[in-house]
Design a protein around this ligand. Structure first.
Ligand code: ACM
Length: 692
């Protein structure tokens, strides 16, 4: 074959001079590994022919995908014979550079476009890059700048997780997201199909899962979760029933749709926790034998294994994915401590503690999956109590679980909450629809490096990739789901695909601004990046004041999980961002109030004493309902200079407020006390006590 006559040199000499990286690096998301840009163009028009050496199903599938795109690509591919002008060539070339099966090269000169790759995945990604480089349409056709790209992904696994349990999403909605994910070279779609809020997959052997466990009488998760009369399920088709599930037929269609776009759908079936909905309809699988008592399967009961294996058998007939995700997160292990069957299992299997009991279940399920040629994937709790021999770990509670996994020789997919949980606010919370809390702007997603420092090269090789998760508790609407997904998924795509030396947030941000407009024009509902407010202004600059660097005595301790920078936090001049977990906000819970005394070293003239507080209703972080500020010259006798009682507005899901005193007083010691605005406890967070 002479497909490769147009080497990079040929390309550059016929058409172009290489004039820098900016233009193209501001076009393709994720940024390719090597690229050169020329000043000339190729025009795709109705006379442009498509050629390929693909055959059979591979050719048909490629054509089928092309036919879904807007013109000028919806045409048949001819068999390649020799180079022809005004053509686009898709050439499978198994011997091409072989760093990854997803490699491709894309050459564009004034006469031809040539995409070569060792697999159809690579050809598909070459096509995606080509589609993203089409600049404009004129009478000559669609303009593509002359370029030379040689590209390969950083990680084999580049994933996105959709939570379809908390709020159900239609097949069409998922397909729409698959279209976009493919554009950004994401290759795994993990569906969180089961959870307390609803079971979402038809299982023929267990019809009650979809007749009842897929439906609830309340639409919004929040109203259902906090319902005064408890969380209930209801019959499919009953008045007001909210929910849904995917039939076998729909799943097969979805799997095919994704495969055509080189995306593997990974199903997640939760066990042994997060299973309230199953136990509500099959209560014999719960330790208590009763519905609505717990969310954990009884591991002592053989019926649990019969159920799980039957379900997984059906799942495997539907999803060809190598990985089957079995959840494994957040099981309340206490449930098993008082269960005679679980205790008997622990004794019989010589299991020390309930972590090992959970691990017993995971090991058994792994054996079952492996026997059927599949691999087990689970949240990082599966590391505890003895990691199953072939399991892959999804590290979500930071990177520790993933580090332990790779040190034990297992693969891991990094998805730490700090950088990959898209249910957090993406901008200043008071400008955003209600979210789970936290603050994860585009820049922070982009800054993520999935390989933690300190790993050996063998361990680093076991970092299989990266995934973003979009939990849907606070997302009833489809539009809002897209809003939370885009453009952050673009940043994640670049984290997963682009080599660190090619990453530049400045370039990416410019591309993302354009891409948001394209997404909008294509009917998506991304967050309008151009309106981004960004970090909390107070967090950007240190503040100087009289108490800066002065000693703080804690009359009530701070919580060790939210210690921020320890004893120096409240007088270090550094203020927090839009989330209490950023390491600048200090949290208090074990005592009824925050209570600190600051020693200014000498008696000083004071005019202002103030502190900021944050309220996030979900995790019970409240503004103060009572504040006392007092001063002293000897540190023993204090005089109250402010005592505030206030009603905290529990409807404000997120809020930031400053409380303080102004006046004239002389003192050496300042005591600041604040009590959380939740009647029975609750958190209180502050970042700095500013004295002027
Ligand atoms: C998780 O967020 N519970 C995996």
């Amino acid at each position: 074959m002479k497909l490769f006559k147009y080497t990079k040199q040929a390309l550059l000499s016929t058409a172009l001079c290489c004039y820098g990286l900016t233009a193209i690096s501001q076009t393709i998301i994720p940024a390719p590994k090597e690229f050169f840009v020329g000043s000339d163009c190729f025009y795709i028009n109705e006379n442009t022919s498509l050629y390929t050496n693909l055959k059979g199903t591979a050719k048909k599938d490629f054509e089928k995908y092309l036919s879904t795109l807007a013109a000028p690509f919806n045409q048949e591919m001819k068999t390649y014979k020799n180079n022809k002008d005004n053509s686009i060539v898709f050439a499978l070339s198994p011997s091409r550079f072989h760093e990854s099966e997803e490699n491709y090269t894309l050459y564009v000169n004034t006469r031809q476009i040539i995409i070569t790759a060792p697999t159809t995945n690579g050809l598909f990604y070459g096509l995606q890059s080509l589609l993203q480089t089409i600049k404009s349409h004129s009478t000559k056709g669609a303009e593509v700048p002359c370029i030379a790209i040689k590209d390969t992904p950083r990680f084999p696994y580049r994933g996105f997780m959709m939570d379809v349990s908390r709020h159900f999403r239609s097949v069409d909605f998922i397909k729409k997201q698959i279209d976009a994910l493919a554009r950004y070279k994401i290759n795994r779609l993990h569906l969180h199909l089961t959870d307390a809020a609803g079971w979402r997959l038809e299982i023929k052997k267990y019809p009650r899962l979809t007749e009842f466990a897929a439906w609830r009488p309340v639409e919004k998760w929040k109203d259902w979760w906090f319902a005064k009369d408890g969380r209930q399920y209801c019959r499919e088709g009953s008045t007001g029933a909210y929910g849904g599930y995917y039939t076998h037929e729909e799943i097969r269609e979805l799997v095919k749709y994704a495969a055509l776009r080189h995306i593997t759908i990974i199903p997640e079936i939760e066990m042994p926790g997060h299973s309230e909905e199953v136990l509500a309809v099959y209560p014999e699988l719960a330790c208590s034998g009763k519905p609505y008592q717990s969310g954990e399967f009884c591991i002592g009961n053989e019926k649990t294994f019969t159920f799980l294996e039957n379900v997984l058998s059906e799942v495997m007939t539907l999803f060809p994915s190598e990985y089957i995700h079995i959840g494994g997160d957040e099981a309340n292990r206490k449930t098993w401590e008082s269960c005679p069957q679980c205790q008997a299992r622990m004794k019989a299997e010589n299991l020390k503690g309930t972590s090992e009991l959970q691990s017993y279940l995971i090991h058994r399920i792994e054996k079952f999956l492996n026997a059927h040629g599949r691999k087990l994937l689970g949240w990082d709790e599966i590391v505890e109590g003895g990691l199953a021999p072939n399991a892959t770990v999804m590290s979500w509670r930071g990177e520790e679980g993933g580090i332990k996994a790779v040190r034990a020789g297992r693969q891991t997919v990094m998805t730490p909450g700090s950088h990959c949980y898209f249910d957090a606010y993406q901008d200043a919370p008071n400008t955003q629809p209600e979210a789970m809390g936290g603050y994860l702007p585009l820049s922070k997603v982009y800054a993520y490096h999935p390989v933690p420092p300190g790993l050996t090269s063998e361990e680093s090789e076991l970092i299989h990739g990266v995934q973003a998760n979009l939990w849907a508790e606070y997302i009833p609407e489809d539009k809002q789901y897209e809003y939370m997904m885009y453009p952050r998924i673009l940043a994640l795509a670049e984290v997963g695909w682009t080599f660190p030396e090619r990453k530049s947030y400045r370039d990416f941000h410019a591309k993302a601004l354009q891409e948001v407009e394209k997404l909008q024009a294509s009917g998506y509902h991304p967050f309008p990046l151009k309106n981004e407010v960004g970090h909390r202004p107070e967090s950007l600059q240190p503040i100087d004041h009289l108490a800066r660097g002065k000693k703080v005595t804690y009359n009530a301790p701070y919580n060790t999980t939210y210690s921020a920078r320890g004893d120096s936090t409240l007088t270090d001049g550094r203020r927090g961002d839009w989330t209490y977990s950023d390491g600048s906000w200090q949290g208090f819970i074990s005592h009824p109030r925050m209570d600190v005394t600051i020693d200014l070293d000498s008696v000083t003239n004071l005019h202002s004493i103030k502190a900021d507080f944050i309220q996030v209703i979900g995790p019970e972080v409240y503004l103060p309902c009572e504040i006392i500020i007092s001063v002293s010259n000897d540190g023993k006798q204090f005089t109250e200079i402010m005592h505030l009682h206030q009603q905290v507005d529990h409807n404000r899901v997120i809020d930031f407020k400053t409380y303080g005193w102004q006046g004239n007083v002389q003192a050496r010691y300042v005591r600041y006390q604040a009590r959380s605005g939740l009647q029975y406890g609750g958190w209180i967070f502050t970042d700095e006590i500013i004295i002027e």
